[in-house]
Design a binder for this molecule. Structure first.
Ligand SMILES: [Zn+2]
Length: 383
């Protein structure tokens, strides 16, 4: 999730996902029509809306500060941070990789809540000290309370919440096994997520209204996040020590960029029984022009096969992530995810194409990969 870039803070890119604008409107209107009019019926419409919008923006500024806490600590520990994205449910810091020790993980996890605690304490303290006006006191009180709620929510011990990261760090320290710790912490995270869904359902049935829908949405997204992280950790562990060379398919030959798709499909991809083939360069100085795969054909209407040429549908060199044979398989996978690509080309030091690694290669490799303890799954015994 990258979203629309809006600026940089301490060298860290800040972006907003389109879904964030819905939350902005939803929060501001909930505050302007419910919360503030109930607490301060004497305020006029303009004041109420002005304070509601200011409160919403301050809430998101707090979320950014929280994520900045995680990000700055991560960066100080050598973990690359590609940016912070605000989305439907708050904020997320996009880290280049997972921390490499339980201590670092725990410290990174608590940095965000510590920032929120500081904002909550500062705002509530200031609210009790400033003599007025009412609007300022209400704004500071709101800011203090939402940051306290943010801390309470984030410290629930289920992965991927911050508390869940602390739990994972603890289990990791105790068992020495990061993968098992992640799977357990993600399990606890899913249990909390189901609790949110149950509470949300209960709230809709008893009280009606949108609050319950919100809880269900939070629960559902937490389940997805917990599952995805657990899966990713297990996969990266299975790929430890595996290089791109191991997953690489060496092409049987080349395609000409001017071949029709019908010719390429029938006489090359099908007859050579391969998923992808490199395309010869049109520029004589280039090593290769691109890569054409069965997937590219599938995106083209069959009645175009006799007219369109390989160069029209191939993925050109500029759009292909490149790796070397020595690149770790987990790094290749991360690169594909980051570039939202389904294939990478493997090149030697001179830039010559050696082969390609695609999503199918990972799927096939992982389906027969040994378990982390080195044992292969035993074949099921026939009765
Ligand atoms: Zn956090």
């Amino acid at each position: 999730m990258t979203g629309i870039r809006v600026g940089r803070l301490f060298g860290i890119e800040l972006a907003v996902h389109p879904s964030w604008f819905f939350v902005l409107v939803f929060f501001a209107s909930t505050l302007a029509t419910g919360f503030f009019p109930r607490a301060h019926p004497e305020w006029g419409l303009t004041t109420t809306w002005g304070i509601a919008v200011a409160a919403t923006l301050l809430l998101f500024a707090s979320v950014v500060a929280h994520e900045l806490g995680h990000s700055l600590v991560a960066r100080s520990q050598g973990v690359p941070v590609s940016g912070i994205t605000l989305f439907l449910l708050g904020g997320v810091a996009r880290l280049g990789r997972e921390p490499d020790s339980p201590g670092r993980e725990a410290w990174m996890a608590v940095a965000g809540p510590l920032v929120s605690v500081a904002i909550a304490g500062g705002s509530l303290g200031a609210a009790s000290l400033v003599p007025g006006p009412d609007q300022l006191v209400a704004l500071l009180t709101y800011l203090g309370v939402v940051n306290a709620v943010l801390v309470a929510f984030n410290l629930l011990p289920g992965f991927p919440m911050d508390g869940g990261r602390v739990l994972r760090a603890l289990l990791w320290r105790i068992t020495g096994d990061r993968v098992r710790a992640t799977v357990w912490a993600a399990g606890v995270g899913q249990a909390f997520a189901w609790l949110f869904i149950a509470l949300g359902t209960g709230q809709i049935l008893v009280a009606g209204g949108l609050g319950g829908v919100w809880l269900i949405l939070v629960g559902w997204m937490l389940i997805q996040a917990a599952r995805a992280t657990a899966r990713q950790t297990v996969v990266e562990d299975l790929l430890t020590g595996v290089s791109a060379r191991r997953l690489m398919t060496t092409p049987r030959g080349w395609l000409s960029p001017y071949m029709t798709l019908a010719w390429a499909a029938r006489d090359r991809l099908r007859d050579w029984d391969t998923r992808c083939l490199p395309v010869a360069p049109e520029d004589p100085d280039a090593e290769y022009g691109g890569l054409m795969c069965v997937r590219d054909l599938e995106r083209t209407a069959p009645d175009r096969y006799d007219h369109d040429r390989v160069r029209d549908v191939m993925t050109p060199t500029a759009d292909l992530p490149t790796v070397t044979p020595e690149t770790g398989a987990a790094d290749v996978l991360r690169l594909l995810r980051e570039k939202e690509a389904d294939r990478a080309v493997v090149v030697d030091r001179g830039g010559r194409l050696l082969g390609f690694v695609d999503a199918e290669a990972f799927a096939r490799f992982l389906s027969v990969r040994r378990r982390p303890d080195g044992r292969l799954k035993p074949p099921s015994r026939a009765a």
